[in-house]
Ligand binder design. Structure first.
Ligand code: TRP
Ligand code: SF4
Length: 531
């Protein structure tokens, strides 16, 4: 993975204190490095470069979307549809995210806290975890520091509305199931792969690598009891972890379900060409058996290779395969490939397939089974035979907040962010001192309007201070860009709202503090490594 080369960025040295992003300008390439400085210059590039999808496209499928979704703060997702569907149908689903206890929780973390809590309120199983093993391995924090920060993260998550009776809070270091699952998942990944994804090298310590498989286990942990759609709300810097977790979930499966037309394997591009040949020929000769050789001849003689195949070599390879198969009938079917199944599970699957089927050495073809049914069956057989049957985890991505001083919001620059532990009056002062998108003079502002889109204060309104009140957020925006709002008054209002928010939040923290002992989470590590 390429690293960000913007000279203004924090060094991407793993040992540096964590910075939490902010949209720094100037970087050409989008980089996603979980332990680097999180900067995303252009969110749209993430769609093209990494296959993250725009959240806007699924928004209509989400019942009562959260304001962070409505306002585009949550801008992207991977595979969120199954989660939205479960929500609509009152079916089980889960949400989980993790926090590295490297400093105080701040208003950037609040986005993720809110996302977990919202999914919990929509009926999901909710999980908040403290990534203490990661903090110790990747950031080299001492256990004393980690304990203190862990406590603070948990208190804020609770104060914001996480229900610990319904949901689960845990520390990686105390969760034996997570560590066991991490061990198993680690058997499906090797060093070269981690090197390619995370830029690890010969100097990377083993515990850091272990923290990766631990995170993979965190992500799949909600599915240990039964597979269910699970969303992981994170910043886009965590996307490399999501891609690996999705891969590992698939690699653990007993069976892979695909579609096919004949006994040989074809990749999706090849299959599309075969499907087309099949559909043309079966329309022409509805009552005849179509054979692979017929399709080869059709492709060779009649099909314009440029029509749907920009890469003519794909068609060539398809023709070869079809010729090879010769007289074999060409028939659409659903295929179960044996990936990790035990012999008993493979036999049970064969037994469970209804209708016509054909059994091969390492796969079974079913002729009367639709793809979705086949997926369901494969998962059920896997679970009945002791497998996990994981669904690929989904993710949603939020924008990073701009720092109050411009540039990015960074834990290491106190004036750039507001800690959830800041004294309310300090929060007030930081907002009053913030950079704005305002003009040089009041006259100019009245005439041209402010630049709300570039204003960290407007962000505070949109991301936090307006809460669920879209009308208020819109009013601030409109008044700003129309020149009816001047920065002094605007910041005063924001500062007061921030002060009130912090007061309220800290009161709730204090209430939870008194009840913290009742929770099943230990803030005194008995780990002893000193650094
Ligand atoms: N790596 C995450 C961070 O840097 C923390 C984390 C650990 C996490 N496990 C997780 C996030 C599982 C989401 C899901 O903050
Ligand atoms: Fe920002 Fe408010 Fe000034 Fe507009 S009026 S630029 S939103 S501080």
């Amino acid at each position: 993975m390429t690293r960000d080369s913007d000279p203004d960025d924090e060094p991407t040295d793993n040992r540096r204190p964590q910075t939490d992003g902010g949209a720094a300008a100037g970087a050409d390439d989008v980089t996603l490095d979980p332990w680097g400085s999180a900067t995303v210059d252009d969110y749209r590039k993430l769609f093209e470069q990494f296959g993250i999808e725009s959240f806007e496209a699924v928004l209509p499928e989400v019942p009562n979307p959260h304001y962070l979704m409505r306002r585009g703060v949550i801008f992207g997702h991977r595979d969120y549809r199954p989660v939205a569907e479960a929500m609509r149908n009152d079916e089980p689903f889960a949400a989980l995210s993790g926090f590295m206890p490297t400093g105080d929780p701040h208003i950037g973390h609040k986005l993720v806290f809110d996302e977990i809590i919202w999914h919990q309120q929509q009926g999901g199983d909710a999980y908040g975890l403290i990534a203490d093993l990661e903090a110790h391995a990747a950031r080299e924090l001492s256990w004393e520091e980690i304990d203190e920060h862990a406590r603070n993260y948990v208190l804020s998550l609770l104060a914001l509305g996480f229900d610990p009776e319904e949901g689960e809070l845990y520390r990686q270091s105390d969760n034996r199931e997570v560590q066991d699952l991490g061990f198993e998942l680690g058997a499906k990944a090797n060093f070269s792969e981690l090197q390619a994804i995370y830029d690890f090298d010969g100097e990377t310590d083993v515990s850091h690598m272990q923290s990766v498989v631990t995170q993979m286990a965190d992500i799949l942990y909600p599915q240990l009891e039964e597979p269910k759609p699970t969303v992981i709300p994170v910043g886009p810097d965590q996307d490399p972890h999501m891609r690996l977790a999705r891969d590992l979930a698939a690699r653990m499966r007993y069976f892979k379900v695909t579609e096919a037309f004949a006994s040989f394997e074809a990749d999706p591009d090849e299959r599309a060409i075969i499907a087309e040949a099949h559909s043309v020929l079966s329309e022409r000769h509805p009552d005849e058996t179509i054979r692979c050789g017929d399709a080869a001849r059709y492709l060779e003689n009649e099909r314009d290779p440029d029509a749907t195949d920009p890469n003519a070599t794909t068609t060539d390879s398809v023709i070869m395969m079809l010729k090879e198969a010769g007289k074999e009938p060409l028939r659409p079917r659903t295929r179960f490939l044996d990936r990790n199944a035990t012999d008993e599970a493979f036999d049970a699957l064969i037994e469970a397939i209804d209708g016509e089927k054909r059994v091969y050495e390492a796969h079974v073809d079913a002729f009367d089974l639709a793809r979705a049914e086949a997926e369901e069956l494969a998962r059920q057989v896997e679970i009945d035979h002791g497998g996990y049957g994981f669904l690929s985890p989904s993710s949603i991505y939020h924008r990073f907040m701009t720092g109050l001083t411009g540039g990015k919001m960074s834990s290491s620059i106190p004036a750039s962010h507001i800690s959830l532990l800041d004294d309310p009056s300090e929060g007030y002062d930081k907002v009053r001192a913030a950079t704005t998108g305002g003009r040089e003079t009041a006259e100019e502002q009245r005439e041209l309007g402010g630049k709300a889109d570039e204003c960290p204060v407007y962000e505070l309104y949109a991301y936090l201070l307006s809460g669920d009140d879209d009308e208020f957020a819109t009013e601030v925006y409109e008044e700003c860009v129309n020149g009816e709002r001047l920065c002094g008054g605007c910041k005063e209002q924001a500062a007061e709202l921030m002060e009130a928010f912090l007061e309220d939040h800290q009161e709730k923290r204090a209430e939870w503090e008194a009840k913290l002992d009742e929770l099943d989470i230990d803030f005194d590590s008995d780990r002893r490594r000193r650094r």
